[in-house]
Structure formats: C-alpha cells, structure tokens
Design a binder for this molecule. Structure first.
Ligand SMILES: CC(=O)SCCNC(=O)CCNC(=O)[C@H](O)C(C)(C)COP(=O)(O)OP(=O)(O)OC[C@H]1O[C@@H](n2cnc3c(N)ncnc32)[C@H](O)[C@@H]1OP(=O)(O)O
Ligand SMILES: CC(=O)C(=O)O
Length: 538
C-alpha cells in the first residue's frame, strides 16, 4: 500500500523564538537551521524578516540546502496596496523559498485587533498570497485562531481558508493559536473543512500546548486529513509551547497506526539521531534536557522498580513501548530502594560484577543500599559510589589508602592591604601502603582546600590521578533546621573524557564532601586498573 506523505514544518526559529527566555542570535539560527535541514524536515521557518535586525540579517542569505527556507510575516495591512506595504516588501525581499503569512480568521479578531472589515481582511489574504507567488515564492497561510474562529463564525473562518487556497497558497494551515481546542474538536472541524472542498493535501495544522495536547491535536488533524504539521524542537514556543516535532517524528515513524499509512521526508536511518538532535538543541539553548521527555528523555526508558527490572531482564518488550535504540536512547535500570534482586543483578552485571541470586552478599548489598538511601544517599545519581559500595561489600576492592584524619579551617582576616579575606586551609593525613602522608593546602573554600590537600600527595598513586578533574559539585539539604542532613554529589572526569558521579551524606557538609571526594579518587584508581567504569565507558 502506498503511504501518504506528511510534510514536517519546523517553526523553532520563529514560534520557538516567542518562548519566554529564548533569544536566538544569527549564529544560533545558522546552527539550528543546519541541524534541522540535515535531519530532513521539509520546511524550516527562520523568523520574521523586517521585524528585527537578527531576523533581517538571517534572511540576507538562503540558509538551507534541502529544506524549503520559509519567511514568516503578516498579511498586508488593510487600507494600503500590497506594493506599498513595507512589511510585505521585507518578506518579498528576504532570501527565502516561501513565505508563510499569518492571517486573521476569527471575525472577532478582525474587528478588535485589525480594526478593518471582514472583506478587507479577505482582500489582504488574497493580495498577499498573490504578491508572494508573483515574486516566485511559494505562499502559505497560517489561519490564526482558526478553530476558535470556526466555533464563533464558521462561515467566516472557512471564507478565510478558502480565500487563501483559491489565491494559490500551497498550504492553508489551521492554527489553534490559543491552544485550548480538544482533539475531538480538531478532528471534527478539519473533516468539515475538507468536506467544503479544500483538500487535506493542502491543509496543515499548527497546535499550541496549552492543554498539554498539541501533539495529540496534530495527530488528530492528520487522522482527519491534514498533511502538513507545524511544530518545534522539544516543543518550545509561546506560553506552554508548540507541538513537539521530536515526539511527532518518533510517533509517525514508529507507531504502526501511523507508519502503515504515512511517511515523512525523514530518512528512517536518521531516526536513531533523534535523541542527539533533541539534546544538541538543548545544549544550544544552554538548558538541561527534560529527563521525562517522551522517547528522548534520560528517563524515557529507565526504571527503578524491581518488578519492572525483573521483567525487563527477561524481555525488554515487557516494559518498553518501542526499543530505545530506535530513537538513539538507551535502557537504564537504576539502583534504588525501589529495586529488588533482579534490579541489582542487572546493575552489577552492566558493571562487570557477576553475583548469583542466592549469594548472601547480594542480600547484604541490597540491605546496605536500602538502609543508606533511607539516611539520604541517592545511588541513582551516583553510579561510581554504588559500584564502589558493591565492590566493598563483595570484597573485590583493593585498599589503596586509608584516611587517618582530616582537618579544615576557615579564617577571616585582614590581608597586607587591610582588605578582609576569608581563607580556607585543609590538612589531610593518609596511610598509603604503610607510608604516612600528610598534605596541607589552601583553597577558595573549605571543600576546594580539602580536595586540593587530598589530591596533593597520594604517594605511589599520585601520578595516576594527575588527569582527574572535578567537573561539578551539587549540595542538597535533605531536611530543614540546624541539624539538617547534607547530600553532596560530585561529578568527576579524566583524560579520556569518562565522567562519574560519587555521593557523600553527613550532617556536616565538609564530611559529606570528603566522602564523595575519596570515592571519586578510589573509583579513578579502580578504573585505571580496568576494575571499574564499564558502564561509564559503554
Ligand atoms: C500567532 C502568532 O504567533 S503571530 C506572530 C506573532 N509574532 C510577533 O508578533 C513577533 C514579531 N512582531 C514584531 O516584531 C512586530 O509586531 C512587527 C514588527 C511585526 C510589527 O510591529 P508594529 O508595526 O509596531 O505593530 P505592532 O506590533 O504594535 O502591532 C501589530 C499590528 O499589526 C496588525 N496586524 C496583526 N496581524 C495582522 C495580519 N495578520 N495582517 C495584517 N495586519 C496585522 C495589527 O492590527 C497591528 O496594527 P496597528 O499597529 O495598526 O494597531
Ligand atoms: C501563527 C501562529 O503562530 C499561531 O496562530 O499560533
């Protein structure tokens, strides 16, 4: 059976730019448009030339190779001709393949926001589309507030869509601008539009996520006949965002109900790059990826529940709706107090530690983890500390060094110029293979001083930790008041780029930090001996 083509229209650089806190530079736009182009989206809407210097500069060149490069802007203003409208002129001059006009399709908006007559608005739509086509560009019309407009005055909303279609718009896009329309309404209204004679092959859907249903609304529109979907990477966009194209690409490709009927322009081999695309975009925005994002989130294929882990080990299909690798994600069975034996066996196996289900040491390890988690440890986020704890409990770890004592001082004093200075100094005494080692270091703060002192002299192991770097340090206070428990998570990295996380918990922040710091060093020494880090290296 031949499949119908769904055209994917990305508006990350236009509607995505309307997200509070998001502000793209020209360089950002260049980088993002090439990512979108390479991934295989059909249309890349780059912004609104003429509205601001960034967008005008961005449209001074065509920025895509395969995707159609689209400029966005409003239809000509009422009361002036198309040839005299400066906004329209900027759109026509932009180096784009197509123009996507935003047009009012709710008579209430025509009256209140535009202040012109319904007929004048239809004329603006018609003449704008004709002007775009006359300049050799494809025209599309985003019918703003189409669904709300249809509910208020169906004849007028339809007249706007029809005017765009008859003027030669390649796509007439039905917009749920305020994002409140429900999937059943979308389906019914799209079917009605098609019944009036505008074919689904010319209709698009632009859904906002104000009721958390932008993806569902887009799919409902496709089921009803629309063949273009507008959306954004990771669903960014005005207010609650736009339809998430990352989710839509995955569902259209992997869910049989869609994949047997439809195909997109995205090469199936690209699908395994979906997680990377989503995360690379977040990197560019300088924000952490959403762990619970469908398909691509770090938790999308993660479980910490023992019953789930047990079944996953027998067959991953038991708790996965699609194989994680199809979208470039991976399965993660975490260690936590929700876990039973299977969870632990699996987690240990991935670290190269083999233990039998009936081994009493396994029961001991499970009870230690559960006890420790009850006191504030969190091994889900501290793989390396978990691994060390397992080795210690199973008796498979060498004793590299022992800590005799440490001391940290924080002193506030005047420096030689009479300025107030706070100095931290740490002293660490270790036993390394029978040799007593004492190190003293000053640091920016007490934890920094302690870290420097601990790593200053590790006797015969010193050269081995030369490339160890502390990448991140997170402190969490677990209960309020002066007797609060502190959890410290430390992220470390080394010369080969491996990253690992260690944890320490104590009523004293310095003590909690010291535990996490020593775990990090011991893990590094284990790793150097190929006794650790299997999972980190996978
Ligand atoms: C649903 C959406 O997301 S639509 C896209 C919304 N995005 C943006 O607005 C971001 C970019 N916009 C801008 O930078 C500015 O609004 C500009 C440069 C486009 C226009 O700026 P200004 O000329 O100062 O107008 P301003 O922003 O104050 O108001 C919009 C004007 O456009 C008119 N207008 C709005 N939509 C349309 C339309 N579809 N067709 C014709 N005119 C329109 C309004 O009636 C209003 O006219 P008025 O100035 O006579 O009251
Ligand atoms: C055009 C657009 O962004 C909207 O109607 O939501």
């Amino acid at each position: 059976m031949t499949r119908e083509r769904i055209h994917l229209f990305d508006t990350t650089l236009r509607d995505g730019q309307q997200t509070p806190g998001v502000d793209f530079s020209v360089e950002d736009k260049i980088a993002i448009s090439s990512m979108l182009d390479a991934f295989g989206f059909d249309y890349v809407e780059g912004g609104y030339p003429g509205a601001n210097p960034t967008d005008t500069a961005f449209f001074s060149e065509k920025r895509t190779e395969k995707a159609a490069f689209v400029a966005f802007g409003m239809t000509k203003r009422a009361g002036i001709s198309a040839s005299n409208d400066p906004g329209l002129a900027a759109l026509l001059q932009a180096k784009s393949d197509a123009i996507c006009f935003v047009a009012k399709s709710w008579d209430y908006h025509v009256r209140v926001a535009l202040g012109c007559t319904n007929e004048e608005n239809l004329q603006s739509i018609r003449e704008s589309v004709e002007a775009a086509r006359a300049s050799g560009k494809k025209a599309m019309v985003d019918c703003e507030h189409f669904f709300d407009g249809y509910k208020a005055n169906p004849d007028y909303a339809l007249a706007c869509a029809r005017t765009a279609y008859e003027a030669g718009a390649r796509w007439v896009v039905l917009c749920d601008t305020n994002g409140g329309t429900q999937p059943a309404e979308i389906r019914r209204i799209v079917e009605t539009v098609i019944a009036t004679g505008i074919p689904g092959s010319s209709l698009g859907i632009h859904a906002h996520d104000d009721t958390g249903q932008a993806v569902a609304n887009s799919l409902a529109a496709v089921e009803a006949g629309c063949r273009q979907i507008q959306g954004t990477l990771n669903g960014i966009g005005e207010r609650c965002g736009n339809a998430n194209l990352v989710t839509l690409v995955a569902s259209l490709s992997l869910k049989e109900v869609y994949s047997c009927r439809f195909e997109t322009g995205i090469d199936p081999e690209r699908l395994s790059g979906l997680t990377d695309l989503s995360h690379a975009f977040d990197e560019l925005l300088n924000r952490s990826p959403n762990h619970q994002a469908p398909y691509v989130g770090a938790s999308a294929f993660a479980t910490k529940a023992g019953i789930h882990a047990s079944a996953l080990l027998k067959d991953p299909k038991t708790y996965e709706h699609v194989p994680p690798e199809t979208v470039g994600n991976f399965r993660k069975v975490m260690i936590s107090d929700q876990g039973g034996k299977s969870n632990f066996i699996n987690a240990l196996k991935r670290r190269g530690i083999v233990v039998q289900k009936d081994d009493p040491k396994l029961d001991l390890l499970i009870s230690i983890v559960k006890e420790r988690e009850a006191t504030g440890y969190a091994y889900e986020g501290a793989d390396a500390s978990f691994e060390l704890l397992a080795h210690r409990t199973l008796g498979t770890i060498p004793e590299f060094f022992t800590v005799d004592s440490f001391r940290v001082m924080v002193e506030r004093r005047f420096d030689a110029n009479g300025r107030i200075k706070t100095v931290s100094e740490a002293v660490v005494k270790l036993d390394v293979d029978g040799e007593r080692v004492m190190s003293v270091a000053e640091g920016d703060g007490p934890v920094n001083a302690l870290d420097l002192a601990l790593r200053k002299d590790l006797g015969k192991y010193q050269a081995e930790i030369a490339d160890l770097v502390l990448a991140d340090f997170k402190v969490r206070i677990l209960n309020g008041g002066t007797a609060a428990i502190t959890r410290v998570l430390i992220e470390s990295t080394d010369g080969d780029g491996t990253r690992w996380w260690t944890v320490g918990v104590s009523e004293n922040i310095i003590d909690a930090s010291f535990q996490a710091l020593t775990d990090s060093i011991i893990y590094k020494l284990m790793k150097n001996r190929h006794m650790a880090g299997r999972m980190a290296a996978e």
